[in-house]
Design a protein around this ligand. Structure first.
Ligand SMILES: [Zn+2]
Length: 297
């Protein structure tokens, strides 16, 4: 599993190559159109090489002569550039993206470091590697607070989950959170968009269905114990009692709690009921967890 930072770092080689190709193309184009500029640039190069030899020979008189020659050539060059309206930076490497200066990240109006839109491909790849391959159409901007009634409550739930994800937790707050809401209220949608937001902020994050923990690969399992943010959907007491899920989940929660890494369990069941019926090891952890829930749970 690759984090967004790793994916962006890997893409920098390609960015550097593209920048260099563009620079070479630009030089070729300008030289073809203005051969006199090409001549001057070659003369400057020759003068510099000669000066280099003069430096080795320690010939002060020659060095001075070459310095003057170079200065004159530069003055000529500047005139050609100005007269023909040539971009004075035609032979320099230029950023492909002005928003992030090719770093892949920018600071938004709220002061958060975010993945730049120029890396949407890396972002989509990362969502895919992070358990969200089936949810490419789920976007935070499509979250509607007024969907299914109580808009204020839904807005509050969203901001509570985002705050928990971002790690701005209150002192002594548990790194484990249970998000409990009735079936068909858009829990999965919210879980996915919060997880995508975490990645968008440069964090490593993963989304998994609770029952899939039994079949998750050893490498991914190791990764999700240590990533910045983990969200486990469709959490139910019955799931923890079969296929070794209870034991896998227990070891994930234990490792993550030790490093105070935020984990969210998403469930359609009331918390009290889960505590009563879950695998005992999990049940103990639920008792001290933070709860985000709809009324009456
Ligand atoms: Zn950019």
């Amino acid at each position: 599993m690759k984090t967004i930072k790793e994916l962006i770092r890997e893409s920098l080689t390609e960015v550097a190559a593209t920048k260099d190709i563009r620079r070479q193309d630009s030089i070729k184009r300008v030289y073809k159109q203005f051969p006199e500029l090409k001549d001057i640039d070659y003369q400057i190069l020759e003068v510099r090489n000669s000066r280099f030899i003069a430096v080795i020979d320690n010939d002060e008189r020659l060095i001075k002569r070459f310095d003057i020659a170079e200065e004159e050539l530069y003055a000529k060059r500047a005139k050609i550039i100005a007269r023909n309206n040539i971009d004075p930076e035609f032979d320099m490497e230029k950023c492909l993206c002005g928003k992030c200066n090719d770093t892949g990240f920018y600071v938004n109006s709220k002061g958060f470091l975010k993945v730049c839109p120029c890396r949407s491909k890396e972002l989509d790849d990362c969502y895919e590697h992070s358990g969200m391959a089936d949810y490419s159409s789920y976007k935070i901007e499509n979250y509607r607070a007024d969907y299914l009634g109580d808009a204020k409550k839904r807005e509050k739930t969203r901001s509570e989950l985002l705050r928990f994800m971002s790690g701005q937790n209150e002192e002594n707050e548990s790194p484990l959170c249970i998000f409990s809401a009735a079936p068909q209220t858009g829990k999965t949608f919210l879980a996915i968009v919060v997880c995508k937001t975490a990645i968008n902020l440069g964090k490593s994050a993963y989304y998994a269905k609770c029952e899939d923990l039994a079949s998750i690969g050893a490498d991914t399992l190791e990764d999700i114990k240590h990533i910045d943010f983990l969200i486990i959907d469709d959490f139910a007491d019955s799931v923890t009692l079969y296929n070794n899920v209870g034991s896998v989940l227990n070891s994930i929660l234990e490792t993550r709690a030790a490093s105070k890494l935020p984990t969210v369990l998403v469930t359609p069941f009331p918390v009290a009921e889960l505590i009563k019926k879950c695998d005992m090891r999990i049940s103990g952890k639920l008792q001290s967890a933070k709860t985000i829930s709809t009324e009456g749970r």
